[in-house]
Design a protein around this ligand. Structure first.
Ligand code: DGL
Length: 269
């Protein structure tokens, strides 16, 4: 049975397009509706209470589009508000924490994993808890890297300043002799080369978005929700602020042109 209803994906803003990219690569025929809360980004420094409130509204935007499943692309939301989405939506919900944690546990050989993310994600301990639940013998070291978000949005992908900041952030993790690092934020895959270089190519980098795409593929199969059509998929983009910057910067995150971006109703302005 084929199901052409779209997969709903949401994020605090633009970063979730890296997850859309991973989903499109893995599931090239699935239709996708994306919502980025660009009017209220960033979520990373905000309290869990506020993020949970925003999450409820973000979920409602997607539910208006009759989505067959919801993917929470935002690590911060997945860390502090997964249950909010699960309670609101009567469709399968996939966050990025469990798939990322699972991929990291499978990759580590020395059982020493590093996790980087926004302040909200790191303070929540969501990755640490998920990893330790899968394998209690794993040592986890976590560090917030808040400046990576604006650097990725500025396109400072191979910039000296980014390298300097990455060295500062990652040095304490190298002291802990990690062999695997979870890129626990939507923006960090864009800085992969710099991070890899600073770690002397000796640490396995886990992209939670890519791991999540594999989980979504499995979930669609298990639930009988795949779209078996071979038509070019329909990708729709909605944001809560005017779409100028989203269109300009989004291409870099998505890997190709976005086409039309709509302003979602129900937000101020
Ligand atoms: N999307 C967020 C995350 O993955 C990063 C940007 C923000 O702070 O809102 O945690």
């Amino acid at each position: 049975m084929s199901n052409s209803r779209p997969i709903g994906v949401f994020d605090s803003g633009i970063g979730g397009l890296t997850v859309v990219r991973a989903l499109s690569q893995r599931l090239p025929h699935e239709n996708i509706v994306y919502f980025g809360d660009t009017a209220r980004v960033p979520y990373g420094p905000k309290s869990p209470q506020v993020v949970r409130e925003y999450t409820l509204q973000d979920t409602d935007v997607l539910l208006e589009h009759d989505v067959k499943a919801i993917v929470i692309a935002c690590n911060t939301v997945s860390a502090v508000a997964l249950d909010v989405v699960q309670k609101r939506a009567r469709v399968p919900v996939v966050g990025v924490i469990l798939p990322g944690a699972d991929a990291a546990v499978r990759a580590t050989t020395k059982k020493r994993i590093g996790v980087i993310g926004t302040l909200g994600t790191i303070l929540s301990n969501a990755y640490t808890n998920a990893i330790r639940q899968i394998d209690p013998a794993v040592q986890v070291v976590a560090a917030p890297c808040p400046l990576f978000v604006p650097l990725a949005e500025e396109g400072w992908i191979d910039h000296k300043a980014t390298e300097l900041i990455a060295k500062e952030y990652l040095f304490p993790l190298t002291l802990e002799k990690i062999d695997t690092l979870v890129l626990g934020c939507t923006h960090y895959p864009l800085l992969r080369n710099v991070i890899d270089g600073v770690l002397h190519h000796r640490v396995t980098l886990i992209d939670s978005g890519a791991a999540t795409a594999a989980t979504v593929e499995q979930m669609l199969r298990d639930e009988g929700l795949q779209n078996t059509s071979t038509m070019k998929p329909n990708l729709q983009f909605y944001v809560s602020d005017i779409p100028h910057k989203f269109m300009e910067v989004g291409e870099r995150f998505l890997g190709h042109k976005l086409g039309k971006v709509h302003r979602a109703g129900g937000f101020a302005g």
